[in-house]
Design a protein around this ligand. Structure first.
Ligand SMILES: *[C@@H]1O[C@H](CO)[C@@H](O)[C@H](O)[C@H]1NC(C)=O
Ligand SMILES: *[C@@H]1O[C@H](CO)[C@@H](O)[C@H](O)[C@H]1NC(C)=O
Ligand SMILES: *[C@@H]1O[C@H](CO)[C@@H](O)[C@H](O)[C@H]1NC(C)=O
Length: 291
């Protein structure tokens, strides 16, 4: 009997150890990337490159946080929503301007999940609970592209990764920030309803409070972009984009980069970093950022 009990406990321990290992690999664990172990994408709204680089807050970010300015980054289209859809799926197909879109196509989430890379969409003023409404106070679904993919919005577990942005501070406190972070400020903070100056002031304080925290910045690439320019008649859709890496293992190579980049480059950079393959959309031909 004693022998059987020993055998039983032996297998129980082996089982628990293997379960723990599995949990670490798939949930708590980090899948290391070639250039970074985490990406955090912030998207602002509707301002010309030329006006944003004149704002002292946006202008100073690259210098402050070991970053670089991309001087030749062109947004995809107008209005807002297709730009967001482009950022996470490499195409604007199926987008209904700024109206409700329900797209049956793959997105970056499909690629990330195949490799067990954690992700979340942090949305300011989003009420949670997979709420599918278009406009709720200062939250706008058109700026939350994940909700437009039917196999995210129609899947409870995936939809639970779309959270109110207040969750970010709890995730930092518990060292649980996922590896792919998409952060959408509300309509005031993102410069949609307020000025570039207002957004710049808000964002510089937001970052200053968090970006030195290893639970947020450890070997992390921060991408700060605008969905589109002001859309005036002659506009080229040239927008401000900065890459920040205050704690990247490998320092960014220059202060300015005039390479041809666009929203598809964001996706391609993420794909290359973790060897995800592509979605066979515009990510195929997009330039990844030089890191
Ligand atoms: C490990 O976890 C994955 C998903 O979380 C599951 O599909 C798989 O069966 C688990 N493997 C073992 C050996 O428990
Ligand atoms: C999501 O939908 C796309 C398009 O139908 C499909 O290719 C992909 O496999 C789906 N992903 C999951 C996890 O169901
Ligand atoms: C833009 O300018 C062109 C040429 O001056 C004009 O034909 C067109 O109507 C203008 N479009 C808008 C939206 O103002």
């Amino acid at each position: 009997m004693k022998f059987l009990a020993v055998v039983f406990y032996f297998f129980l321990i082996v089982f628990q150890v293997s379960q723990a290992a599995n949990t670490t690999q798939h949930h708590g664990g980090f899948v290391p990337g070639k250039y970074f172990d985490r990406v955090v994408i912030f998207v602002f709204e509707n301002k010309y490159y030329s006006s944003v680089i004149k704002n002292r807050h946006f202008a100073s970010l690259p210098k402050k946080y070991s970053g670089k300015l991309l001087t030749n980054y062109i947004a995809t289209t107008h209005p807002s929503q297709p730009n967001y859809i482009a950022l996470i799926s490499g195409s604007t197909k199926g987008t209904n301007e700024d109206d409700e879109s329900n797209i049956d196509r793959q997105s970056v989430v499909d690629l990330l999940e195949k490799k067990h890379i954690s992700w979340k969409s942090y949305q300011e003023n989003y009420p949670g609970g997979c709420n599918k409404n278009m406009d709720i106070g200062t939250y706008a679904r058109k700026h939350n592209p994940f909700m437009s993919f039917t196999n995210i919005s129609g899947n409870k577990k995936r939809c639970a990764n779309i959270v109110n942005a207040k969750q970010l501070d709890r995730d930092i406190a518990h060292n649980k920030v996922p590896q792919y972070v998409f952060y959408t400020p509300n309509l005031n903070h993102d410069a949609h309803d307020k000025s570039t100056a207002y957004a710049g002031h808000w964002f510089s304080r937001f970052l200053a409070k968090r970006i030195r925290n290893p639970a947020f910045n450890k070997n992390t690439l921060f991408i700060v972009t605008f969905d589109e320019d002001d859309g005036g008649n002659d506009s080229k859709n040239h927008v401000y984009t900065a890459l920040l890496g205050p704690n990247l293992n490998k320092k960014l190579s220059s202060a300015k980069d005039a390479g041809h980049y666009n929203h598809y480059s964001v996706l391609r950079t993420v794909e290359d970093n973790w060897d995800l393959g592509t979605l066979q959309t515009n990510d195929e031909t997009a330039n990844a950022f030089k890191l």
